[in-house]
Structure formats: structure tokens, C-alpha cells
Design a protein around this ligand. Structure first.
Ligand code: ZN
Length: 328
């Protein structure tokens, strides 16, 4: 029902010129989109959190719209243009991916190439070339195997797990893993290989850090924080042969101590999960705002990607119409 209202409103807004009016005010702003995984529908359905996945068809539709209406740059380039006062006729936008899954290399990068776009990939540095999954995926896959229908979903359990201490969480994930036995994992589920990360960098995409192990940074002690933030930057820089400028906070979580470490480690910016466009008076380079892209919320009534809904999302009209909780 809510989806129906949303798509009807989007069509109305598009026809009534509300969108065009809202989009005119984007001229002075920097828009950043946040994706995670790009997978065919079958694999999307099988994943423990389909909200984190868009299909290649949807991603292609988004790229087409972005290429038409925005000046798309990798985020480090977009930020330096934007901060130096560059205001192209079409507003600046950047496409970012969290975690660095192999599906990004397989599905997302070729689609970006089709449109001549360059993106930003935040990689969990400690899992490059590893067959180990990020902790939340081990948990999600194990939970899906073990849970019965009346138990909470993997997504609900994951939200609970984030409240545990790092040690409690690691022990709990390990217990789930051993109870579940062999997990149904395919190649796309792993973090990229070093050859894939290097190939993306060589093709002109930005590689950023998403820490070593994807912890919740405010929970880390000082020594761990330095390893997660500074060492991941060095490892990725050595791997790509390029300076790493951007960091993406796991789960979007940061605090003053984390910000100080980010600056000390030499990063130029860091991204949050705070939704919204970046505007000069409130802009914070250590908490760059991003729109979390949810395929279902941006779908037309027939399930395909709706241009009007994406435009409504990126122009901030949806945020004003449907006061929404922060994306996790
Ligand atoms: Zn992440």
C-alpha cells in the first residue's frame, strides 16, 4: 500500500513540475549514492538482506538516469571539484559501493563502463584475497540455515548483534557458524581479490578503505582503531599503487575519537550513512552524507526501476514527504 502511494506521488510530482523545481536547488550540492551489492534476482532473494542488493537491471537504469541528469565523478574527484567551487550545469554526483564484494567487479563495474562512469569502491582490506566472509554475512547465512519461520529474521538479529561488544559478537558468530555447518556461499559473496581491486583502480575507479575487518569503530580500543583505519589505508595503497583518500565507516558509525584517527591517518574524507545531499553550510568532510539505495523503495508498480522515484529520492522530496528512519 505504501509503495502504491509512493509511486503515485512520484508520478504526480514529476508531472506537476515539483521535481524539476526541487532539482534546480541541487546545483550547489553534492549528491552521493550508497550501494552495497549488485546481483541477479535469484541471488538477491537468497541473500540474508535483499535490501542491500540491487539487480544489474536496476543498477543500469539508475546509471542511465544519473548519466543524463548529473555530472558523475568518483567521490574523491567530485569532492575536490565541489570544494573548489566548481558547479557544472548538471549537479555533481558520486556512486559508491560499500564492502568491496566480488559482485561489484563482476556486475557493477561493466555497467558503469557502459555509461563511461567511474565509481568509488570501499573495500574491507583485511578480507582481500580471503575466502572468509565479513562477520555479518557469516551470521546472516548461518542464521538463515538455522532459524525456523517464527524466529526473527537475519536482519533483526543482526541489528541486535551490533549492540554486543566486539568479543561477545565474535564468539556468538562463531557459535552460529559451527552449529550451521557448511554455509551456501558462492564466489560473488567474497570480498574482491587483489587483482580485481587493482583492475578497478587501473580502470580509473576510486578505491577507498572500509577498514580491516568491518568493526563498529566507536567500540574499538585505541590500538585496534589505529589498525583498522591506518593499516587498511596503507595496505590498499600498496595494492593499488595509489594514495587512498576516502574511508567509509562500517555501519556509518563514527565519533570524535574516530574522526581524529581518520585525520591522523591521512585520509581526505570519510562517508557516513546520514541520508541527504551535501550542502555548503552543513557539509562535513568527515561525515559525507549519502543516499542509501533500496531497490524496492524505488520500484514502479510493475517492479521495474522508477525514474520518478529515484529523482524524488535524490532531490530530497521523498525525505520531506516520508519522514524516514536512518538507514542501517
Ligand atoms: Zn559495510
Amino acid at each position: 500500500m505504501k509503495a502504491l502511494i509512493r509511486s503515485a506521488l512520484a508520478e504526480l510530482a514529476a508531472t506537476a513540475g515539483v521535481l524539476r523545481y526541487a532539482e534546480r536547488s541541487l546545483r550547489n550540492t553534492l549528491t552521493v549514492l550508497c550501494y552495497h551489492r549488485v546481483l541477479p534476482e535469484e541471488q538477491r532473494k537468497a541473500y540474508h538482506d535483499p535490501d542491500l542488493v540491487v539487480t544489474p537491471e536496476v543498477f543500469r537504469a539508475h546509471c542511465r538516469l544519473l548519466a543524463e541528469r548529473y555530472t558523475v565523478e568518483r567521490l574523491d574527484v567530485a569532492l575536490s571539484k565541489w570544494q573548489s567551487g566548481d558547479r557544472p550545469a548538471r549537479p555533481l554526483a558520486a556512486i559508491t559501493f560499500d564492502d568491496g564484494y566480488r559482485d561489484n567487479f563482476r556486475y557493477a563495474a561493466p555497467i558503469l563502463n557502459e555509461f563511461g562512469l567511474r565509481g568509488t569502491f570501499y573495500v574491507i582490506a583485511g578480507l582481500v584475497d580471503s575466502e572468509e566472509l565479513p562477520w555479518y554475512d557469516t551470521m546472516g547465512a548461518a542464521w538463515r540455515m538455522l532459524a525456523t519461520a517464527d524466529e526473527p529474521t537475519a536482519k533483526q538479529v543482526l541489528a541486535e548483534a551490533k549492540g554486543l561488544s566486539p568479543q561477545e559478537r565474535a564468539a556468538w558468530v562463531e557459535r552460529l557458524r559451527s552449529r550451521a555447518g557448511e554455509l551456501p556461499i558462492v564466489d560473488d559473496d567474497h570480498i574482491m581479490t587483489s587483482a580485481q581491486v587493482r583492475a578497478l583502480a587501473d580502470a580509473g575507479h576510486e578505491i577507498g578503505s572500509h577498514t580491516m575487518t568491518h568493526p563498529l569503530l566507536p567500540q574499538c580500543d585505541d590500538a585496534t582503531l589505529a589498525i583498522e583505519i591506518a593499516r587498511s589505508r596503507r595496505i590498499l595503497a600498496d595494492l593499488c599503487g595509489r594514495e587512498i583518500v576516502g574511508l567509509c565507516y562500517p555501519n556509518g558509525d563514527s565519533d570524535d575519537r574516530v574522526h581524529r584517527e581518520v585525520v591522523a591517518a591521512g585520509y581526505g574524507y570519510a562517508t557516513s550513512m546520514q541520508p541527504g545531499t551535501n550542502e555548503p553550510p552543513t557539509f562535513d568532510k568527515l561525515r559525507v552524507r549519502r543516499w542509501f539505495i533500496n531497490q524496492d523503495r524505488l520500484a514502479a508498480r510493475d517492479g521495474s526501476a522508477s525514474d520518478a522515484l529515484l529523482r524524488m529520492e535524490l532531490s530530497g522530496v521523498s525525505q520531506r514527504l516520508f519522514a524516514r528512519k536512518r538507514a542501517a
